[in-house]
Ligand binder design. Structure first.
Ligand code: BMA
Length: 377
């Protein structure tokens, strides 16, 4: 609050005015604080649409300046851009899906400069050097990187690299680009080295706390909003929170869940997702946190009306901030099928996606740009 009154009156007013909502990082940059508060204001009014790797490639193309499958279909870019830092920790020039980090930095900047929102996940390789990378489930991996563990120094070196990248994300005025940071995603699953089956809840929480502390205190990274992200396998709020590190270290509550069965024959995804989002958005309200449906999709979207008939019903009246669909890889040689989650020009669900785009409730880049999410309005 601006200091308009001084003396006793000022003091009384200062106490009478509730402290303004602040992100978990007490030293979050101005743009990060503004993004947090503006997303809070928007929650319940509109849902930002996000897409992973949107600017880097799509179905049938790669690294074409200004191109985006979403833009080809709607004339507008997504409001949220998802990126992944997997590979940065081992000095790879490209991330785990082949995107050069140099290009990624540029795409992040472009999206931010146009007014979009950036979210970053991290499919970190196994610190024990196991072949399956992030998907290794050797018990004890998390324990090995915690303070006192054999690989703790290695973990700090990894965080140094992650911090270096995050601190290299700058807008045209030299300001740091705020990032919805989503490390250790799907943390209640059983497929990554940080999942439920490979470490105790306490070890996971310690990993989060250490990461949070190290990035802020040691590396001075203050452009992050922290996204707590489970998989869609919880049933109750207590299960969702089982590995929660604490309100003081989290800004966004979220989970990932995908459609696998034909939604015309089986409405489980729609019904179940709605219930899960209800619990998460209720928790968001109780804890005064943002909420999101951080990853979803129906691979190759074979159902023409998936956007307005399934996804929209699954979200229902839940006041989430954004929904993000996974990447448009195209033909996947590893399992001989198409691997993409957003429509491209000519795709089966294109017309329905345009309807979805036109709804007042869904927000794409032009609409969020007009809201100036990084300014204090
Ligand atoms: C999975 C697939 C993989 C990819 C991974 C991390 O869902 O898209 O091809 O490597 O995500 O992006």
């Amino acid at each position: 609050m601006k200091q308009l009154f001084t003396g006793t009156l000022g003091l009384l007013l200062a106490f009478a005015t509730p402290a303004q909502d602040h992100p978990a990082d007490p030293q979050a940059t101005t743009e990060t604080v503004n993004l947090y508060r503006n997303l809070k204001k928007l929650a319940g009014q509109g849902i930002l649409f996000g897409h992973q790797d949107d600017l880097a490639y799509g179905v049938g193309w790669k690294y074409v300046e200004g191109k985006s499958d979403i833009k080809e279909v709607t004339g507008d870019y997504p409001a949220v851009y998802g990126w992944d830092l997997g590979g940065l920790e081992v000095n790879s020039p490209n991330n785990l899906d082949g995107i050069p980090f140099k290009k990624m930095r540029q795409y992040i900047r472009e999206g931010y400069e146009r007014g979009g929102v950036i979210t970053i996940s991290w499919h970190a390789r196994s610190p024990l050097g196991k072949e399956k990378g992030a998907w290794d489930t050797t018990h004890g991996t998390v324990a090995s990187i915690l303070p006192g563990g054999d690989s703790h120094i290695l973990y700090k070196e990894w965080l140094d690299k992650i911090a270096g990248f995050l601190l290299s994300l700058k807008g045209s005025k030299g300001e740091l680009i705020p990032v919805l940071f989503r490390p250790y995603h799907e943390l209640t699953g059983n497929w990554f080295w940080w999942c439920r089956n490979t470490c105790t809840d306490f070890e996971f929480q310690t990993l989060w706390r250490f990461t949070y502390y190290y990035l802020q205190q040691e590396k001075k990274v203050h452009n992050l909003l922290y996204v707590y992200n489970t998989s869609g396998d919880f049933k109750t709020k207590a299960e969702f929170l089982q590995r929660y590190p604490g309100d003081e270290m989290v800004d966004v509550l979220s989970f990932d869940a995908y459609q696998y069965e034909d939604p015309q024959k089986n409405d489980w995804f729609e019904k179940n997702t709605y219930q899960l989002l209800k619990q998460v958005t209720e928790l968001g309200k109780e804890k005064n946190k943002l909420t999101a449906f951080s990853e979803t999709g129906y691979e190759a979207i074979p159902y023409a009306n998936w956007w307005t008939q399934t996804l929209l019903n699954a979200i229902g009246d839940n006041p989430i901030s954004y929904v993000l669909v996974w990447r448009n890889h195209g033909y996947a040689a590893w399992n001989k099928k198409m691997h993409y989650y957003a429509p491209y020009k000519g795709q089966t669900s294109e017309a329905d996606f345009i309807k979805f785009y036109q709804l007042d409730r869904t927000l794409f880049e032009k609409e969020v740009a007009a809201k100036k999410l990084y300014s204090d309005l």
